[in-house]
Design a protein around this ligand. Structure first.
Ligand code: UDP
Length: 474
């Protein structure tokens, strides 16, 4: 029998791109012939990694679609128009007719075309079961009689009692009658799909995984954490794209620290923090007196300023020099090997924007978190981390806003200091969080091994596709 052939069509932003490449590696390691559909500017980021896996015998390849949507630095915003890829994609699908294509939800235009070709389409939307349940429920429920966006309400019909405020939600969930066309497009992508692929694992959020699988009429295969497919140091270093920070310097610095003593800080691939916020973080960190590695991503500037990637004077006077001299902190500018850092024995905590990948990576590394959600579904992820799993402390941001808009919710240095101390300084509460997250990390590792739930879901999908006869093959 011809092996199952699956196409993976990732979006271009880091948080959506990276897990899809991991997923392709996972399915290839289960014997499915996996092809990653790339663009001329995205392919070089992971070419070496995939070539290495291919040479090691995995049935995996990259196909570059001959139209470009430029994004060399992994920070495409969620609504970049990728429809220039439609014709090359259609052509390649007709040529190869795979058993199925896994499509990221941000390729909103792909739904009808793939549907018309009769090729099963599986949706990947990059978020976990808990956040999907919250979205789904709020999309269909009218929350009324709130006096303000900051008044808490209980999200109805969830297995746990979760309170949120409107200020923590994207506009289309605050007012479901005003759903923008592009969000509608994403919903349609799901409606006609064969099912959804979820990067999570059953034991992380069992009640929510059950909801997703049983209640909403769409098949869901929960196959993560897919990042665990990166097993060697080289794979972890090159995952996503090769680091632009000096990873040896970073690892040597971490090697010089005591086990479980360093806070890792990163806000993912997309977030842009303004200089005032970075300053507050710096002051808060210094006051907390804890060791840290801080990956400074993109910076949100006033149009009048002209700095990129942290080269400007946004840190407090002498901060970096003091951190160097005391050995307290390492400030990295650029793209860091996050998996390697999180898994290092010196790491004790993770200050995160609660992007779903970062959340899962923190969980898989057994590291408790300081949650600082900014946008997308990150406020739901914060609830999962701090209230359901109880493996993190909130820094206290309450304001959702679009990733590229002006910064609204400046979090002051005192709040940063308090949260850092709460997580990093020994206490019964911190110890309990650490114990819980280590236990969950063990479950994550077991989920992807033979006999585990995610392993079984990958096998189940492959078998289902094998049994599914395509219209043109009947
Ligand atoms: N990442 C990384 N190095 C960086 C910044 C981010 O490897 O310097 C990776 C991180 O490990 C994660 C992804 O980029 O896999 C970010 O995804 P997430 O969902 O956490 O956030 P987003 O970038 O989508 O906001």
């Amino acid at each position: 029998m011809k092996p199952v052939e699956i196409f993976f069509f990732p979006y271009l932003g880091g948080g959506h791109h990276i897990p899809m490449i991991d997923a392709a590696i996972v399915f290839a390691s289960h014997g499915a012939s996996s092809t990653i559909l790339a663009t001329p500017s995205s392919a070089p980021n992971f070419q070496k990694l995939i070539t290495r896996h291919h040479k090691a015998g995995l049935p995996i390849a990259i196909h570059t679609l001959s139209a470009d949507v430029p994004d060399a630095d992994m920070s495409a915003g969620p609504f970049l128009d990728t429809s220039a890829l439609l014709q090359p994609l259609r052509h390649f699908l007709l040529q190869r007719r795979p058993h199925c294509i896994v499509v990221d939800m941000f390729h909103r235009w792909a739904g009808d075309m793939v549907y018309e070709l009769g090729i099963p389409r599986i949706l990947f939307n990059g978020i976990g079961c808990f956040a999907r349940c919250v979205q789904r429920i709020l999309f269909n429920a009218a929350i009324e009689s709130l006096s303000s966006d900051s008044e808490p309400f209980v999200v109805p019909n969830l297995p746990d009692r979760i309170e949120m405020t409107m200020s923590q939600l994207p506009p289309f969930l605050r007012n479901p009658s005003e759903v923008p066309e592009r969000v509608r497009g994403m919903k349609q992508l799901e409606e006609k799909s064969f099912g959804t692929l979820v990067n999570s694992f059953y034991d992380l959020e069992p009640a929510y995984a059950d909801r997703l699988k049983d209640k909403w009429g769409k098949k869901a295969w929960i196959v993560g954490p897919v990042s665990l497919c990166n097993r060697t140091k080289q794979d972890k270093t090159e995952r996503g794209k090769p680091p632009t920070v000096d990873e040896e310097k970073c690892l040597n610095w971490l090697n010089s620290k005591k086990p479980s003593s360093v806070l890792y800080i990163s806000f993912g691939s997309l977030a842009r923090l303004p200089p005032q916020q970075l300053k507050e973080i710096a002051y808060g960190l210094e006051a907390s007196d804890q060791s840290f590695v801080w990956v400074v991503g993109k910076i949100l500037h006033n149009p009048s300023e002209n700095e990129e990637n942290g080269s400007g004077n946004w840190l407090p006077e002498g901060f970096e020099q003091r951190m160097k001299e005391t050995g307290k902190g390492l400030v990295l500018r650029g793209w860091a090997p996050q998996l390697l850092i999180l898994e290092h024995a010196a790491i004790k905590g993770f200050m995160t924007h609660c992007g779903w990948n970062s959340t899962l990576e923190g969980v898989s590394a057994g590291v408790p978190m300081i949650t600082w959600p900014l946008t997308a579904e990150q406020f739901s992820n914060e609830k999962l981390i701090t209230e359901v799993l109880k493996i993190g402390v909130q820094v206290g941001n309450r304001e959702w806003w679009p990733w590229n808009a002006e910064w609204k919710g400046l979090v002051g240095r005192e709040k940063v200091e308090v949260a850092v101390r709460k997580l990093m300084v020994e206490s019964a509460e911190a110890e309990e969080m650490r114990r819980r997250v280590k236990d969950i990390a063990g479950k994550a590792a077991r989920a992807v091994e033979e006999g585990g739930t995610s392993y079984a879901d990958v096998e189940a999908l492959i078998h289902e596709l094998q049994a599914h006869t395509l219209p043109n093959q009947a």
